[in-house]
Design a protein around this ligand. Structure first.
Ligand SMILES: [Zn+2]
Length: 233
C-alpha cells in the first residue's frame, strides 16, 4: 500500500489492508485491496460519509461487506455503485429504513440526511450463512458469521496478511463497552467472540467497530466482561 493511503486518513494494517474511523460516532471502515478486487468493510453513517470513503480509495470497490444492520455501518453503501454487496442471510429483513433513520437521528444525524440514506438503502445481493471466501487476488477475505451476538446478522472479515487482521464489526468495541440494543442476542455473544479468537489467533490485529485496534487479550477480556454482564458463560 502506498503512502497515499495515509493522506486520506487510512491507517495501514498490512500490505493492502487498512482501516479508518469516521466523524460522528467514530465508526470504523476497512479496506482490503487485492491485486484484482477491492473490498470495503462497512460504509459509514450517511451518504456523504460513504462518498468520502469511496473517494479516498485508490480504485473503485468491487465488493462491500456490511457487518450488520445498523445505520452507522450501512448508510454509506449507495456510494459504492457497481460493487457486490455482501451481508448475512438475515440482513435484508433486518434493514428497516424507518428504524435506521430514527436511530441515526438519535445519534445526531440531521433528519434530512437520515431520511435520504434510508430511502437509498441498499440490500445485500450476496448472502452469507456461515462462511464466504472472497479471493481478491493475492489476498483472501474470509467473511464469517460468528453467530448471533451484537445482532442476529453479524459478520466479521478475516484477512491473512503479514499479520492476520480481523474486522470485528460491533462484536468488539474499544471506545466504550459494546452497545447491546433490543436487537442484540446476548446469550450468543461470548461464543461469537470465542469464534473470532479462533479465527484470528493470538497474534491477529482485531479491528473494533468503534475505537482503536486491539489484540487477542483485549478481545478475551471483553468476552469475559460480556459473559459477566449478561450472565452467560
Ligand atoms: Zn452496531
Amino acid at each position: 500500500v502506498s503512502g497515499g493511503w495515509d493522506e486520506h486518513g487510512w491507517s495501514t494494517l498490512g500490505p493492502g489492508v487498512a482501516r479508518r474511523t469516521l466523524p460522528g460516532v467514530d465508526v470504523t471502515v476497512g479496506v482490503v485491496a487485492g491485486a484484482e478486487r477491492l473490498l470495503v468493510v462497512d460504509t459509514g453513517g450517511t451518504l456523504a460519509q460513504g462518498e468520502a470513503v469511496a473517494g479516498s480509495l485508490p480504485r473503485a470497490a468491487t465488493d462491500v461487506v456490511i457487518t450488520h444492520a445498523h445505520w452507522d455501518h450501512c448508510f454509506g453503501t449507495p456510494a459504492f455503485a457497481g460493487a457486490r454487496v455482501v451481508g448475512h442471510r438475515g440482513l435484508p429483513r433486518a434493514l428497516d429504513p424507518a428504524e435506521l433513520a430514527a436511530d441515526a437521528g438519535r445519534y445526531g444525524v440531521a433528519a434530512v440526511e437520515a431520511r435520504a440514506a434510508a430511502r437509498a438503502l441498499v440490500a445485500p445481493e450476496v448472502l452469507v450463512d456461515d462462511v464466504l471466501t472472497l479471493d481478491l487476488g493475492g489476498l483472501v477475505a474470509r467473511v464469517v458469521h460468528p453467530g448471533p451476538a451484537h445482532t442476529a446478522c453479524d459478520l466479521a472479515v478475516v484477512v491473512r496478511a503479514e499479520r492476520t487482521v480481523v474486522f470485528c464489526g460491533d462484536l468488539v468495541e474499544e471506545s466504550g463497552p459494546p452497545q447491546a440494543g433490543p436487537d442484540a442476542v446476548p446469550a450468543g455473544w461470548p461464543a461469537a467472540l470465542d469464534r473470532l479468537l479462533a479465527e484470528g489467533g493470538e497474534d491477529a490485529l482485531y479491528v473494533p467497530g468503534h475505537g482503536a485496534v486491539v489484540d487477542a487479550r483485549f478481545v478475551r477480556a471483553q468476552r469475559d466482561a460480556l459473559a459477566a454482564r449478561f450472565g452467560v458463560s
